[in-house]
Write a protein that binds this ligand. Structure first.
Ligand code: ADP
Ligand code: MG
Length: 141
């Protein structure tokens, strides 16, 4: 399982662009890490790498829960931080989104393992210093 290190927000965005190239057109990607680790930052890089949007236009979906990028909804960015109960998450209709031919980026999805596809990419981000992050990518197929 590849492990990367970045030393700035920009470096994490660039890594996201690189990782995006290896993603299948349809894939669930769980972004895992503490608050402030860099999950949304990584999402910006992936979204740019997939060519659907610029990082400036990617914001934390904390309040809207689900953002959609690209004309054909090629990329979704979901943040489940504010939800506590699997029942609340179930009302979002995530299954239908996971079924689409799209890359689906999910923050805090690991809190609801049964609602996440078994086939997925996990990107784990650990804070190892002020601006340093250790980023581990694992494929579950
Ligand atoms: P999360 O979505 O995990 O809560 P964000 O991506 O919103 O985290 O925020 C990450 C914060 O950490 C930003 O303020 C960013 O500038 C800062 N940061 C510092 N170093 C890095 C790094 N190497 N990679 C990503 N973010 C970093
Ligand atoms: Mg976030």
């Amino acid at each position: 399982m590849p492990t990367y290190r970045t030393a700035s927000e920009e470096a994490t965005i660039r890594l996201g662009e690189e990782l995006a190239k290896a993603l299948p057109r349809k894939r669930a990607v769980l972004l895992i890490g503490n608050l402030g680790a860099g999950k949304t930052t990584m999402a910006k890089g992936i979204v740019r790498g997939l060519g659907v949007s610029e990082p400036e236009e990617v914001s934390s979906p904390t309040f809207t829960l689900i953002h959609e990028y690209g004309s054909e909804g090629r990329v979704y960015h979901i943040d489940l931080y504010r939800l506590d109960e699997p029942r609340q998450v179930a009302t979002l209709g995530l299954d239908e989104i996971f079924d689409r031919e799209a890359v689906v980026l999910v923050e805090w999805g690991e809190r609801f393992p049964r609602l996440m596809p078994a086939e997925r990419t996990e990107i784990r981000i650990r804070i190892t210093g002020n601006d340093e992050r250790e980023i581990e990518v694992t494929e579950h197929s």
